[in-house]
Design a protein around this ligand. Structure first.
Ligand code: CA
Length: 231
């Protein structure tokens, strides 16, 4: 699990990161709000731990910008003494959890496990999402801002694969192998046709999610403004 920890107190940041790494989390650190926002917008984290008081941009603003960019990564907000939970609640509803400083590592680890479980429960709804689209891979329904489409099984399977590998190029051969199976005479052109159908539906949903062609490789699901912030 990839964690971004935005914290300007470097000693604290480093010691927390050390414990998290020992607990098998991958941790990246950002030391001010702007850097934290930059990193967050990459969309590559499973959980963001965000200090409230930060240089350059405070945690609340960072959180608002993250949510404005439609990045749904769970955020644990760290509040210092005197910043009550109510006060923070009043400021913004975009955080998933709060933790008061100073905190015990056990407490932070428990919150991380809880958020990880919640993520697992979302997955159990058979829903996958990227940007502003959602796919129910059981009913094969694709939900967007303006409309819902019933996908074919192949379209749904390809989109599922793209969402699970969002931000990464996936080869046409690998799509064939995973969707049609090993023992198949499916050609690249079959994949291209399915991708064309999916692109048409995405375009009709007015979403910023696009399927990019990566020449010489295959395809990649991303947002039109180049960020890869699927969650
Ligand atoms: Ca701080």
């Amino acid at each position: 699990m990839n964690i971004l920890y935005v914290e300007d107190e470097k000693h604290l940041a480093l010691s927390v990161a050390q414990v998290l790494e020992k607990n098998n989390y991958n941790v990246e650190l950002a030391y001010d709000g702007e850097q934290g926002l930059d990193y967050s917008l990459s969309g590559q984290y499973d959980i963001i731990i965000l200090d409230l008081m930060l240089p350059k941009m405070d945690g609340i603003n960072v959180l608002q910008e993250i949510r404005r960019a439609k990045i749904e990564t769970p955020v644990i907000l760290l509040t210092a003494k005197g910043e009550t939970k109510d006060k923070v609640n009043g400021l913004d509803g975009g955080a998933d959890d709060y933790l008061a400083k100073p905190f015990q590592m056990e407490e932070l680890l428990a919150r991380l496990r809880a958020l990880g479980r919640r993520k697992g429960q979302l997955a159990a709804d058979n829903m996958l999402s990227c940007g502003d689209i959602e796919l129910n891979y059981n009913t094969l329904k694709l939900y967007g801002n303006v409309e819902t489409f019933q996908l074919t099984l192949k379209e749904s399977q390809i989109l599922e694969l793209l969402i699970l590998n969002k931000g990464q190029a996936i080869s046409t051969a690998s799509i064939i192998e995973k969707v049609w199976g090993w023992d198949t005479d499916t050609e690249d052109s079959h994949v291209h046709v399915q991708i064309a159908f999916l692109r048409k539906k995405l375009a009709l949903l007015s979403t910023s999610v696009i399927i990019k062609t990566i020449y010489g490789v295959g395809y990649m699901l991303t947002l039109s403004e180049e960020t890869v912030d699927c969650v």
